[in-house]
Design a protein around this ligand. Structure first.
Ligand SMILES: NC(=O)c1ccc[n+]([C@@H]2O[C@H](COP(=O)([O-])OP(=O)(O)OC[C@H]3O[C@@H](n4cnc5c(N)ncnc54)[C@H](OP(=O)(O)O)[C@@H]3O)[C@@H](O)[C@H]2O)c1
Length: 257
């Protein structure tokens, strides 16, 4: 088993760490707010005082955004022969611009699925670049889809999140229409569950999803930096008006119901 460092133990980094520990890996964790590593240490991880974990063979970053990833990678002191596995959602350009020492392989591996899927090894990992010794590590987190060169996983992740967020925004609007017509919400949802928005209905009722509105808005901003599709713009406006930025994305539908 490889020695793995997980840099960033927020919701997803912590869930991934728990899964790696459950599957027998040796894991060292670092988080900017050190208290968030305590439960993971109790579960068997080692805590590092800085992002530099010199003996790690696979270094995973799971952080909010591209700026955080850049800063943490710069401080990680990666050693030649190791693999940096970038799992945050930051888009392909930021991945390709990451600077690492010679001899360090970089893999983009953003994921589909939230906290519960990470803990139970049921993520879909969208990998780009040469996985090398990171492959078995990623396979313990779920099913791995190799997308192509570096950045290709990050690109497909933005495509997937465009569909996820615009789909939920469309479902929220549909529920507003249902309310205006006096249609019972449960009746509407049960019919919609058999139609074009079925995936969005499933997502809203999913247990163990913790993907905050603020992170979804960050992803749409990444998309809007590349293209200007009107439905994506409209979905971004829906998120800006959402009452709770820290609540799961599904709340935009519940608020409209
Ligand atoms: N939540 C989901 O369901 C989900 C699913 C798929 C993908 N994602 C993506 O995965 C990434 C992480 O999401 P999450 O839900 O785990 O977020 P989160 O719970 O908010 O955790 C964010 C992590 O980034 C760290 N961080 C932020 N800015 C930093 C900085 N400047 N320097 C160092 N560390 C910094 C935080 O440290 P502190 O604890 O010190 O704040 C924390 O460890 C995001 O890109 C998100 O879009 C999330």
């Amino acid at each position: 088993m490889a020695h793995i460092a997980v840099l960033g133990t927020g919701r997803m980094g912590a869930a991934i760490t728990r899964r790696l520990l459950d599957t027998g890996h040796r894991v060292t964790v670092w988080n900017r707010t050190a208290e968030k590593t305590e439960a993971l240490v109790a579960a068997g991880a080692r805590a590092a005082p800085t992002p530099a974990v010199p003996d790690a063979e696979v270094v995973i970053t799971m952080l909010t955004d591209a700026a955080a990833v850049r800063d943490v990678v710069a401080a990680a002191d990666l050693r030649p022969g190791s693999v940096l596995v970038e799992m945050s959602t930051i888009g392909p350009a930021a991945i390709r611009e990451l600077r690492v020492p010679d001899g360090v392989e970089v893999v983009d591996a953003p994921v589909l699925g939230s906290v519960a899927a990470a803990e139970s090894g049921q993520l879909t990992v969208l990998a780009g670049g040469k996985m090398g010794r990171a492959r078995p590590v990623l396979e313990s987190l779920g099913s791995v889809r190799h997308c192509g060169d570096l950045g290709s996983g990050a690109a497909l992740k933005l495509v997937a999140n465009t569909a996820l967020v615009t789909g939920l925004a469309a479902l929220a609007d549909t529920m507003v229409v249902a309310r205006a017509l006096g249609v019972d919400a449960e009746a509407a949802l049960s019919v919609l569950a058999r139609g074009a928005l079925a995936g969005a209905v499933t997502r809203v009722t999913a247990v163990g999803a913790a993907f905050p509105v603020a992170l979804a808005a960050k992803d749409l901003d990444l998309v809007l930096g590349l293209a200007d599709p009107p439905v994506v713009r409209a979905a971004a406006a829906v998120l800006r008006e959402a009452p709770e930025r820290d609540a799961d994305l599904g709340t935009i539908v519940r608020a409209a119901t």
